[in-house]
Design a protein around this ligand. Sequence first.
Ligand code: AMP
Ligand code: ZN
Length: 492
Amino acid sequence: MALRLYNTLSGKIEEFHPLQNNEVRMYACGPTVYDYGHIGNFRTFVAVDILRRFLLQTGFRVRHVMNITDVDDKIIRNSAQAGLSVKAYTAKYEKAFLEDSSTLNIEQPLLARATDHIEEMARFVAELEKKGFAYRTEDGSYYFRIAKFPSYGKLSKKDFAGMEDGARVDVDEYEKDNARDFALWKAPKPGEAFWESPIGPGRPGWHIECSAMSMHELGETFDLHAGGEDLIFPHHENEIAQSEALTGKPFVHFWFHARFLLVEGEKMSKSAGNFFTLRDLALRGYKPSAIRLLLASVPYRHQLNFTFDGLKQMASNVEKLRNFQLRLKTGQFPSGSADSKLASETVERMTSALNDDLNTAQAQAAIFEMVRKANVAIDNGQMKKDDVAPLLAALEKFDEIFAVLRDDDAPKMKAILEWAKAEGREKDVSQELLESVGVQSLSDADIEAKIAAMEAARRARNFQASDAIRAELTSAGLLVEITKDGVRWRRK
Ligand code: AMP
Ligand code: ZN
């Protein structure tokens, strides 16, 4: 059975086959590194990761490239305000993004940083100008001439007939439904960061970045291009226009778009107070594995409504899987086989669900049904030795895609705790986080009581008891000092 995927360009579900041999060449729009990534961003990155992992599981080779947008209007503005170079400003957030991705077990694609490819972008613009698709304005900026590209709108299915030729917009984001010649290259305004290039000083527009880097890494025509649904227009529409104007060939075969994540039914926004980064959730004590399972719990083409109840449910689902695996690995079962079909039918159900436009909800449902049935069998003494290996293999197959079985949440959360301390965000650290990384947080009164008990033990020359209390306090993150005047303590 072949993989069927929805293709935004055709507006249909189609069978997916790579254009060349067995290799899938795919490009995903990456983060703009001016801040920490939020869970909406990671919904899209997890969806792309699931696609990548499933392609690999199916037997394809995958050449997966992702850009890091480390120059745009916001970055230029924020870095200038912070008094930092663009590079110094973005380095921190790029690192945070890669750490967060790895916390969520997202496999790392090949990375292409915009600032490492400025020259190719300038050359791209020069070629477009030569072909009449780009024009230079007085200040030295370059724009794409939409009127010269009649199929503009074919991805977003917007009709731009009759639009004004030469109307321009130079910001990276512009209003929906309003087609304008967009900036390919922006001349620097006074005091702004810029690069020297054969087409003059300036910086690339956001759209040209992705056209230039994807074609540089994957060729003029490649298999699949991914991003969140907000990128369909104008970003991806503009990428198609630039690339196809340059080469005269189709740019991308399949367009893959993940729908947005909502929080408790609403759009995530800072002002609504429902805006969460991965780190915010970890500081509240939620495990990365539960977050990943939740982000993958709804098929990518459906809106995902993030709720804390849902997240708690996912944490318990992760435990269910891990406990089941342990139970199979450590249990003693009589020889023979009682149900040889449960594992193989589950694998079949998972695979056909994922082949069906990556129906992750059904794939998860299949594994949990298997776990439930097998647990009942174990409870009733009906599990047999020969059934164990196929069940463990089905679990592993599920985990090749969902990646939540390995019990490594604690060290990941510990790293986030250390980050919070370094950033002066101790006040956001919850009791739940401290508990999950094994640090007990004690109130001052608790500590005073323990110190008093420690002193009493010392007076009674019961040094064993006193040392035990001291060890407990030290492991809770306190410095305990014994002086001739008694015991003193402070928080580290
Ligand atoms: P950005 O860093 O803003 O360029 O976004 C990185 C990726 O996250 C893009 O593919 C966006 O489409 C995607 N994205 C942004 N907000 C959300 C959201 N609420 N839900 C899902 N994906 C999103
Ligand atoms: Zn892009």
